[in-house]
Design a protein around this ligand. Structure first.
Ligand code: ZN
Length: 295
């Protein structure tokens, strides 16, 4: 057992009060243990991509315990967001993810990609192996998402209707290719690609809302948005709240578990205090994800 019992009760009260069967969280990180340790070391050392912020990781348990914590919280389905920072790594990560999904039935089988020769082939293989969601990290990978090498891979994913959670906003720190402009170029070529803009596009919230309003298959995840932590340095503009309400069927709960500097419940309360109502919360915290993934 872990010591997150009080939090478990709080979270279960949150979704049962809404009449939900649990939560669907599209943005959680599981990856090979030594890669995850490296990520934690990076946050501990306040690497440049953290924006120099104190980032104490809340959930440092072993892998099976971490999955167990999500289950205790009542997260019905989650993901294993993993991503390469260099060529030659994606295929290996994808192999690991097949195995993880096999031993973790409530994890939506996740895969990743990188602009490199062979990407179309291994993306196709991952789709055939049952991948249900992809993760792309433009900031860490430091690549242009509109890179010619990726074009056929995006085509495969658009055609298969497989969602891609993409970290493409310039938070917590900008990268060479972050921001809405490269994503606009990808969508111009693949208008039906099911991109899920991670972190609600933080801090370019409004520009990414523009893209979601323009392209009907674009969605956004809530990961870290609206929390005290993020509001402190990249606040969501209040004037855009009605647009969040308008896109209520395309906003999905994401948390960044376990790499978060606050308890999981805080993400849920941060959504609740937006005041967009219970229907909106039900859609965001469960129903939109359940529908997208056919749960
Ligand atoms: Zn993340």
């Amino acid at each position: 057992m872990n010591d997150h019992g009080d939090e478990r009760d709080e979270i279960r009260r949150f979704w049962s009060r809404l009449g939900l069967p649990g939560l669907v969280d599209v943005h959680t990180h599981f990856m090979p243990e030594r890669v995850l340790r490296k990520v934690w070391e990076y946050f501990d050392a306040l690497g440049p991509l953290t924006g120099g912020l104190e980032w104490p990781i809340t959930y440092r348990e072993e892998e099976t315990e971490r999955a167990g914590i999500l289950r205790e919280f009542g997260v019905r389905a989650f993901t294993s967001m993993l991503y390469p920072h260099k060529p030659g790594m994606a295929r290996w990560l994808n192999d690991w993810a097949v195995d993880f999904a096999r031993r973790t039935p409530d994890c939506l089988h996740t895969a990743t990609l990188f602009p490199e020769p062979g990407v179309e082939a291994y993306v196709r293989e991952a789709v055939e192996a049952g991948a249900r969601v992809f993760k792309a990290h433009v900031q860490v990978g430091a690549y242009d998402p509109a890179d010619e090498l990726l074009r056929p891979a995006w085509g495969v994913l658009a055609e298969a209707g497989i969602p891609v959670v993409i970290h493409c906003g310039s938070g917590p720190a900008p990268g060479k290719h972050t921001g809405p402009e490269p994503i606009a170029r990808v969508l111009a070529q693949h208008p039906r690609l099911r991109l899920i803009v991670a972190h609600l596009g933080m801090p370019e919230y409004e520009e990414f809302l523009d893209l979601a309003e323009r392209y009907g298959e674009v969605r956004l995840d809530t990961t870290m948005a609206f929390t005290d932590f993020s509001e402190g340095f990249m606040p969501f503009p209040r004037r855009a709240l009605p647009r969040l309400a308008g896109l209520g069927d395309r906003i999905l709960l994401g948390s960044d578990f376990p790499n978060i500097p606050y308890p999981y419940a805080h993400q849920l309360h941060a959504l609740e205090r937006l005041g967009l109502g219970e229907d909106w919360l039900r859609a965001v915290c469960h129903d939109n994800g359940a529908k997208l993934f056919g749960l």
